[in-house]
Design a protein around this ligand. Structure first.
Ligand code: 6PG
Length: 252
């Protein structure tokens, strides 16, 4: 990883959404200038909704041209796209529709597919094509958004599951201990190849696990999926609010 993670601590959730929106715009412009497009993978869970709402509201809605952006997903629950637990469903309602994003630029994981393993392979093929990466090389996304679960999972890479130890595939099947159990997820291999990985975490109920990941004290802490996110030639950024950062020793 090029250097230690950059940790941004926002005053509160509102300030957090503003800072996250501005950062994503900045990273998008950098990608445009460098190679004429922006390849972003959206995270799942509830935390991104506040960010989506900010990106899709004035003044931010008019501050960024999304026409050269391709949207992917870091993970998906194996449910239909209109299911309340669908990560695509949330992004579609809160971001793609309000921003009038061209559906051809949205590449969702087909969580509803009967065979999750072939859905994962299909998505790997799609991601490779979009990133222009041939088999044997890792696709390089410009930005991967990730959340953080209380058990240290990220995307749908849950502790002590095979998906965490998948070192060849770009997309694999994940298994969650609760909620929709079967998932599709990007693997650590492709996440750690990204130009920028951005953890989006808010709330006092995440303060303990944030400290465990950013200030690990045991080998078990260092083996947690979120702790294994170390972009090889990219930047790692944590966008936190004060309650989520409350237990960090380095930021007291
Ligand atoms: C998912 C996610 C998962 C999520 C964390 C945090 O599909 O569930 O990708 O990794 O980011 O569980 O979820 P919250 O934002 O809801 O706390």
């Amino acid at each position: 990883m090029s250097g230690s993670p950059r940790i941004h601590i926002a005053r509160d959730e509102d300030d957090w959404a503003t800072a996250a929106a501005a950062l994503i715009h900045k990273l998008g412009r950098e990608a445009f200038l460098d190679h004429g497009r922006f390849l972003i993978a959206l995270s799942g869970g509830a935390t991104p909704e506040r960010l989506y709402n900010r990106l899709a509201s004035p003044p931010y809605i008019d501050r960024f041209d999304w026409s050269q952006t391709a949207f992917f997903f870091s993970d998906e629950r194996c449910v239909p796209p209109d299911h309340p637990d669908s990560n695509f469903g949330l992004a579609n309602r809160a971001l793609f529709h309000p921003l009038n994003i061209n559906p051809d630029h949205v590449h969702r994981m087909h969580g509803e597919q009967a065979d999750p393993d072939s859905a994962a392979r299909d998505y790997e093929g799609l991601l490779r094509m979009a990133c222009g990466s041939s088999s044997g090389t890792w696709p390089r996304l410009d930005l991967v958004l990730l959340g953080l679960g209380h058990d240290g999972h990220t995307a749908s890479l849950f502790p002590d599951t095979a998906a965490v130890h998948e070192h060849h595939r770009v997309v694999t099947v994940g298994h969650a201990p609760s909620g929709p159990s079967t998932r599709l997820t990007l693997t650590l291999g492709v996440i750690n190849k990204a130009s920028v990985v951005l953890f989006l975490v808010t709330g006092a109920n995440k303060a303990g696990i944030v400290r465990t990941i950013l200030e690990p004290r045991t080998d078990a802490d260092r083996r947690l999926p979120a702790a294994l996110v170390k972009p090889e030639r990219g930047r790692l950024i944590w966008m936190l609010d004060r309650p989520a950062a409350a237990e960090l020793m380095t930021h007291r």
